[in-house]
Design a binder for this molecule. Structure first.
Ligand code: 5AD
Ligand code: SF4
Length: 464
């Protein structure tokens, strides 16, 4: 194969970063490079970084330090750092100053400029550090090399206007900008024509989609349009903000064909005092009422959340309010975080930063409470049959298949561990290529807090 060389991209952080990496892969492929999973083999090595918590930044800095040796062995290798962490100008400056083996740094706002910057490094042999201070408009038609042929991320909004007081995102991703409905629709139609079965609409605050373009109820309008696209079996979205999740949206999801019954709705904290200091724009009571409404309209919905402990000034009583909401709402799952001070955000300047030991104790308590609830909810699935979109086989055991329910629960099953004798005899139907990317019925036989097992019930439900 005629290749200019190999590239390797390591991604830290959220789905938005994963999506950006797909664009970087697309651009590198267009330039004639091929992907490799080996850092040693790579001629171009990129780290797409995250800035949401300090830990993620420490990981990247440690990694950068370790790459010095590789660069000494392979001086022509281009090492680049991009993403949220280096969108902070002070961090880009620090890397330029302290790590001379780094050739290229660019931010989130000039990702589309990567080929140009890369050529400067390769052709002129100089170090290039270029971080744009503010966001540009939306650049459509960038190439993308997606990692799956079944599920795709589709960005609907960039940036965030919320300025939650702990969060770095509005500073590193800029103001909220929505893509045009027509552009999103075109992308989803194209994915459907290529055989993709699921799309996840991405944005920091998807349910405020269109506000910047003067649309009212823009997200519901968008979902209505996408719900009509044949071939796409499932539509997911993340992340939503409780303040923008209106009744019209809930009603539409309950009636829609393809929008899945899973809502990820970060609560962050259960204490009204803390929610106010976080600038979240809702109270504990309002949040709980919203969940009640969602459950009224969509009876089998699964609800997941993000929760943070140790926000500045969080007292034992505040933390107990968080535990109380967790017990009352009974989330299917919760992503739990220890508050991390982010330079430049209002919360970093607040007094009463919580002691690290107290934060650790609180997160342990929170995790164990949630684990118990997740276990109880998952156990209720036992003996019931669910529609699973098969995504592939398990990393450790290729005879185990993995997929998700519409409610976003990961289910593992062995095709030969079926209740259906005819199916067991029909090797053809169990052909892995036939299962992956298709909908099947799986009956749940075992459920733990994080893992669920089942047995295949019958042949394929749909797709091709
Ligand atoms: N410290 C800890 N967690 C944070 N998150 C955002 N900013 C911080 C921070 N400074 C969490 C929030 C958000 C999730 C993606 O990361 O819970 O929903
Ligand atoms: Fe950060 Fe809040 Fe925006 Fe989410 S909604 S990205 S937590 S500022």
């Amino acid at each position: 194969m005629n290749t200019l060389g190999y590239f390797n991209i390591e991604v830290f952080g959220c789905q938005m970063n994963e999506h950006d990496a797909e664009v970087l892969r697309g651009m590198l492929s267009q330039m004639g490079y091929e992907e490799t999973s080996s850092e040693e083999e790579a001629d171009v090595l990129l780290l797409n970084t995250c800035a949401v918590r300090e830990k993620a930044e420490h990981k990247v800095l440690a990694k950068i330090g370790m790459l010095k040796e590789l660069k000494e062995k392979k001086p022509n290798m281009v090492i680049g750092i991009c993403g949220c962490m280096v969108q902070q100008q002070w961090m880009a400056d620090k890397i330029k100053r302290d790590f001379h083996h780094i050739d290229l740094v660019f931010g989130t706002h000039n990702l589309h400029y990567f080929p140009h910057l890369f050529r400067q490094v390769v052709e002129e042999g100089k170090r290039v550090f270029d971080v744009w201070e503010s966001e540009s408009g939306i650049v459509e038609e960038l190439p993308k090399q997606r990692t799956s042929g079944i599920k795709a991320w589709v960005v609907i909004t960039y940036g965030c206007n919320n300025f939650c007081s702990y969060c770095i995102v509005p500073y590193v991703r800029g103001r909220e900008r929505s893509r045009k409905i027509e552009d999103i629709e075109k992308e989803v139609l194209d994915l459907a024509s290529k055989g993709f079965k699921e799309v996840t609409l991405l944005g920091q605050n998807v349910d405020s989609y269109g506000k910047d373009m003067g649309l009212k109820g823009g997200f519901t309008q968008l979902l209505k349009r996408l719900d009509e696209i044949d071939g796409i079996e499932r539509i997911r979205f993340m992340t939503s903000h409780p303040r923008d999740f209106d009744e019209e949206l809930i009603e539409f999801i309950s009636k829609s064909k393809r929008v899945c019954e899973h809502i990820h709705l970060p609560i962050q904290a259960g204490s009204n005092n803390i929610l106010k200091k976080m600038n979240r724009g809702y109270t504990k009571e309002e949040y709980m009422e919203l969940i009640e409404r969602i459950r009224e309209y969509i009876p089998h919905v699964s609800v997941t959340t993000d929760i943070m402990v140790g926000f500045p000034g969080e007292s034992e009583e505040d933390f107990n309010d968080t535990l109380d909401v967790v017990k009352k709402v009974r989330f299917d799952n919760a992503y739990t975080f220890v508050y991390s001070k982010r330079k430049g955000t209002p919360a970093a300047e607040m007094e009463d930063q919580v002691d690290e030991k107290v934060k650790k104790e609180r997160i342990q308590k929170l995790i164990s409470e949630q684990q118990q609830i997740s276990l109880e909810i998952n156990k209720e699935m036992m003996g019931k049959t669910f529609e699973i979109l098969v995504e592939g086989t398990s990393k450790n055991d290729s005879s185990v298949f993995t997929g998700r329910t519409r409610t976003n629960k990961i289910v593992h099953f062995r095709p030969n561990n079926t209740d259906n004798k005819d199916l067991e005899d029909n090797n053809e139907a169990l052909d892995s290529e036939k299962l992956v990317g298709n909908l099947v019925n799986v009956k749940i036989t075992e459920a733990k807090s994080y893992t669920i097992f089942g047995s295949l019930q019958d042949g394929l439900l749909g797709g091709n």
